[in-house]
Design a protein around this ligand. Sequence first.
Ligand SMILES: Nc1nc2c(ncn2[C@@H]2O[C@H](COP(=O)(O)OP(=O)(O)OP(=O)(O)O)[C@@H](O)[C@H]2O)c(=O)[nH]1
Ligand SMILES: [Zn+2]
Length: 349
Amino acid sequence: MSSRQRRFEVDDHESYGRPARRTRPRTKQRPNYTDATTAVVVTRDRGRYTCRVEAGAVTTGDAGTAADAGARQVLAMRARTLGRTSVIVGDRVRLVGDVSGDPGTLARIVEVEERATVLRRTADDDDPIERPIVANADQLVIVTALADPPPRPRLIDRCLVAAYDADVEPLLCLTKADLASPDDLLDIYRPLGVHSVVTRHDEELGDLVRERLAGRVSVLVGHSGVGKSTLVNTLIPDAHRATGEVSDVTGRGRHTSTQAVMLPLPFGGWIVDTPGIRSFGLAHVDPHRLIGAFGDLDDVAEECPRGCTHQRTEPECALDDAVAEGRLDAARVESYRRLLDSRELRAGD
Ligand SMILES: Nc1nc2c(ncn2[C@@H]2O[C@H](COP(=O)(O)OP(=O)(O)OP(=O)(O)O)[C@@H](O)[C@H]2O)c(=O)[nH]1
Ligand SMILES: [Zn+2]
């Protein structure tokens, strides 16, 4: 399948095969899609989707509207009527069939709600196709160790660009603060106004971490060994994410799974752990869209000549005038330009 076709497959929200209004009497052989239970896709594995039905999720049908009693996980497959619509972690879906979640049962996903946001996976040398990985995320948590492994600002920049491009708010999570000071890194990201939290495993998690995560869908991204699993286990004590398993000969680690998993937080909201995702392909990022994430720069850029990319090499970029006139902070413009440049680096840099 060409990448063009695949883009169509993942982006097409028009062809959901939304169920038509019922025009004939319903029979057992012809289930009606309005008789469905709402759920969230929390993980997928070879064509099987684990969906979480919340306590109080509404099931509508001929018998009226009923609220479910307790949260449960329901295994489901895609209904054939979904056609080419993709289903990814974070999708809000409607289920029919056996939605009891009992062992051995399999429900069907008949509808996928339009996605508010889509984060896409790295397009790298091994996998040139960008695939959507998480739907409806509000926040991208860029987990970076302050030491062991050392921080890689260029990688952070790439993640920031991916977040701004997807309209997902970034949060810098600096771990292992017992090993090194966060000050230098915080200085680098302060001009961009990126929110940050600092953690260390030998101290209680600060309230700020929970505050930033509560009630939102946060996707964790970070290289192996930065302390993601440690963080998830602290936030969700019964998550039991494998920690500290140093890579085997394949370099991938014994417990490394490539599937994103969405976990409910005990204080509300969700964490999406993405073990296989380390960075993002940025080839698709449009510089004119990126500046939209920085309102003050965007306002000034209206004075730029048509087609200005706002890079350092642009001779008449209004951002330079604004800095010279003291209307914009030079460090902020410089940081924004560094982000622009990071689009041209390889995904693994
Ligand atoms: N010194 C120090 N070590 C930490 C901290 N947090 C985690 N570690 C250690 O760092 C190692 C890696 O932590 P993990 O939580 O497994 O890291 P991960 O990002 O989940 O790594 P993968 O599972 O490979 O993706 C483990 O040995 C942890 O004990 C911290 O705050 N300080
Ligand atoms: Zn410009």
